[in-house]
Design a protein around this ligand. Sequence first.
Ligand code: SAH
Ligand code: F3S
Length: 451
Amino acid sequence: MTNSKKETTNISKVHIKTFGCQMNEYDSKKIIDILRTHKNAELTSKVEEADIIILNTCSIREKAQEKVFSDLGRIKEFKKNKPELIIGVGGCVASQEGSEILRRAPFVDIVFGPQTLHKVSEMLDSRIKYNKPQIDISFPEIEKFDAMPPSTVEGPTAFVSIMEGCSKYCSFCVVPYTRGTEISRPFEDVLIEVADLADNGVKEVTLLGQNVNAYRGQLNNTTNTADLAMLIEYIHEIPGIERIRYTTSHPREMTKRIYEAYTNLPKLVSFLHLPVQSGSDRILSSMKRGYSAIEYKSIIRNLRIARSGLKISSDFIVGFPGETEIDFQKTLSLIEEIEFDTSFSFIYSPRPGTPAANIKDTIQYDEKLNRLQRLQNLINTQAKNIANSMLGTVQKVLIEGKSKLNNNELMGRTENNRVVNFVSFNNKIGDIVNIEITKVNSNTLRGKIIN
Ligand code: SAH
Ligand code: F3S
């Protein structure tokens, strides 16, 4: 079956399944853009009518990785009835496993990594020309950015990738190995893309990367570089752009210039995702995060001096090898002190090839689960308190579409990403409106327009 002959790249319908993070969501959109541009293909949500099925995979935790192979098992059945069906595996599992994917799943046609997704179209051609599966999981520097077709605009919000990869090498994390080291996109290229998005009606941009506050974009073809603060400053001046977000950033890369951006640049939202992982210095050191709990708290204090009311969300790992109940208590204390908005928390998952995978793990699974639940209860209570404290306040809301529950209503998001449903006859998608919060539901808010 692996060598079944295909005469043409007749791929009018693409089905893509995305695993994991925002970066992958972004990459999936790019893959579709490429196939639309080069192959005239269109996206389909129906897997059975697809000519090409792509899994854009994630290997950050074990569960995500195992799902890929069980999905491939199911997709194999489609190929039995439709031998010309093309199957592609991209993303971090592809990057990490490479030819192992073809060994475990020989019916796969193309395997590409996060840094070679721009080659998908060529790889499809080669698959046919040479009549054998194609693999490219290399890291060809900045080439990926240059080879991308223009983004398709869908609504008033857009992601803009400003850098790739990560050079922090936290002891538990696969990202530096699967996505490569940090590479920033040139400053002018980012500005041109944002200006173009603004011309097409985008009001809010999210600057995207594994470590965006480590951004050092080349300036005007010189050896000088621009940092994230400078990039935000320039984007702030682009007509039409009303809101600026960025994710993810690292505590070690927080600078005075970024604090100043919070004081001087009102379009920068009052919300920041800043992963802390743990509140115990012993564990932070073993994780190689490069800061202590006090340093993290001091960063948050400075940020909140620069911008009062700044909401912070975070990522937490529980059950890191060697984490004692006392270490875990320190994480809970840090959470109590900082008060986080809706955050992400995970049980530690040993990742092959990372230094932490060699540390002996002596914590029972039940104990890890128990810690996760205690941590999530605390975070959920805090997030709920933040929602309750918004009752009666006036929030700036960017209208994103119709309300999911009621087609006669509109929905938008506050700066801290809360969904607000409300009635309006005079506003349209893309407007930023002042809304008084009148009700707090479990997952959403209700409000009314204030003139
Ligand atoms: N660039 C981000 C993290 C990207 S990975 C940063 O600044 O930290 C997203 C999150 O997944 C991490 O913040 C971490 O909480 C979690 N994660 C990464 N590797 C993990 C592992 N091996 N086990 C459990 N959670 C992990
Ligand atoms: Fe991973 Fe640490 Fe980078 S969590 S993405 S190695 S900052």
